[in-house]
Design a protein around this ligand. Structure first.
Ligand code: 1HE
Length: 260
C-alpha cells in the first residue's frame, strides 16, 4: 500500500500478519512528523484480517530516532505538542488492535528505542545497539521513553544511558532487558515474522488481555490487580473459542507443552 517512507504488507495464508517497514534508509529511518502521523494511521486502520504485526526498518539500521532536522524549527509549545503527537501514535502501537513484534538491527536509538519499547516483543540481531543520545544533544526523551524504557531496563540504567551516552551492544542489551530474543545478524525479521505468525494463532481475546489488561494490572496495587485479573480471566474463559481450545486438549487433539 502506498505510504510515504513506510510500507505495509500483509503476510500469512489469511493475511493475518501486517509487516510495517520503515523505508527511509537514506536517513537511517529517522522519524519525521509525516512518518509519525503515518504510523498512527496504519495502526488505526489495520485491515480486519490482521491478528499480529511486525515493525522493522530497511537498510543497516532499525531507526535513528527523531528527525533532528525538524527539531530546530520548534518553540516550547510546539515541542510539547510534538511530543504529544508521538505519544498518540505510539499509544496506537502499544494499545492498538494487535500485538506487535519489533525486528531490531543496527541503531535502535533515541526515538527508535521509544518506538521499539512500545512494541510487545522485541527480537534483536547481533548488529543491534541501543542508545539514548538525547542526553548529549541537550534534549529529553519525548516519545514515551521515560515511561516505557524504565519498565524494560529500570530507571538506573536509563539514567546512566542518558547521563553518560552509554551504548549497549546486542548481547548486553538482551541481558539488560531491551529484547526478549537475540538472533544472529540478519535473522531478526525472519524470527519476528515466525513469532507474529504464532501470536496470530492465539484466541484474539487472550491477545487482547495480554496487551490491554496485563500492563494495567502491573500499574495497580496488588489488591486491585488481583481483582482485575479475576475479571479478565472470567471474560476470557467464557469465550466460545476458549472452551473449544480446552476441549481439544482434553480430547487429545491439541499440542502438549514441550520442553524448550
Ligand atoms: C539523520 C538522523 C536523525 C541520521 N535525524 N537525520 N538521534 C540521534 O541522535 C542519532 C543520530 N544518528 C546517528 O548517530 C547515525 O546516523 C547512526 C548511528 C544512526 C547511523 O550512522 P551511519 O554512519 O550509518 O549514517 P550517517 O552517515 O550518520 O547518516 C546518514 C544520513 O542520515 C545523514 O544525512 P545525509 O543527508 O548527510 O546523507 C544523516 O544526517 C541522516 N540522519 N540520523 C536526521 N536522527 C520524540 S523525541 C526523540 C528524541 C530523539 O530521538 S533524539 C536522538 C536522535
Amino acid at each position: 500500500m502506498p505510504y510515504q517512507d513506510i510500507r505495509l504488507e500483509l503476510r500469512g495464508s489469511h493475511k493475518e500478519v501486517a509487516v510495517v517497514r520503515l523505508t527511509r534508509s537514506a536517513k537511517r529511518n529517522a522519524l519525521n512528523d509525516g512518518l509519525i502521523a503515518t504510523l498512527r494511521k496504519i495502526f488505526e486502520e489495520m485491515p480486519a484480517s490482521v491478528r499480529a504485526a511486525v515493525i522493522d526498518g530497511e537498510g543497516e539500521h532499525f531507526c535513528a530516532g527523531l528527525d533532528l532536522s525538524e527539531l530546530k524549527e520548534r518553540d516550547a509549545g510546539q515541542g510539547l505538542m510534538h511530543s504529544r503527537s508521538w505519544h498518540a501514535a505510539l499509544e496506537k502501537v502499544q494499545y492498538g488492535p494487535v500485538p506487535v513484534v519489533a525486528a531490531l538491527h543496527g541503531a535502535v536509538v533515541g526515538g527508535g528505542l521509544e518506538l521499539a519499547s512500545a512494541c510487545h516483543i522485541r527480537v534483536a540481531d547481533d548488529s543491534t545497539f541501543y542508545a539514548l543520545p538525547e542526553g548529549s544533544r541537550g534534549i529529553f526523551v519525548g516519545g514515551g521513553g521515560s515511561v516505557r524504557i524504565p519498565k524494560l531496563i529500570g530507571v538506573a540504567r536509563m539514567t546512566d544511558m542518558m547521563l553518560t551516552g552509554r551504548v549497549y551492544n546486542a548481547a548486553d542489551g538482551e541481558r539488560a532487558g531491551f529484547a526478549q530474543y537475540l538472533v544472529p545478524a540478519g535473522e531478526a525479521f525472519d524470527k519476528a515474522l515466525e513469532l507474529a505468525l504464532r501470536v496470530a494463532q492465539n484466541a484474539p481475546l487472550t491477545n487482547y488481555a495480554l496487551m490491554h489488561a496485563l500492563p494495567r494490572i502491573a500499574e495497580q496495587s496488588a489488591d486491585h490487580g488481583f481483582f482485575t485479573e479475576a475479571m479478565m480471566a472470567g471474560i476470557a474463559q467464557s469465550a466460545p473459542e476458549a472452551k473449544q481450545r480446552v476441549r481439544a486438549f482434553l480430547d487429545g487433539k491439541a499440542a502438549k507443552v514441550k520442553k524448550g
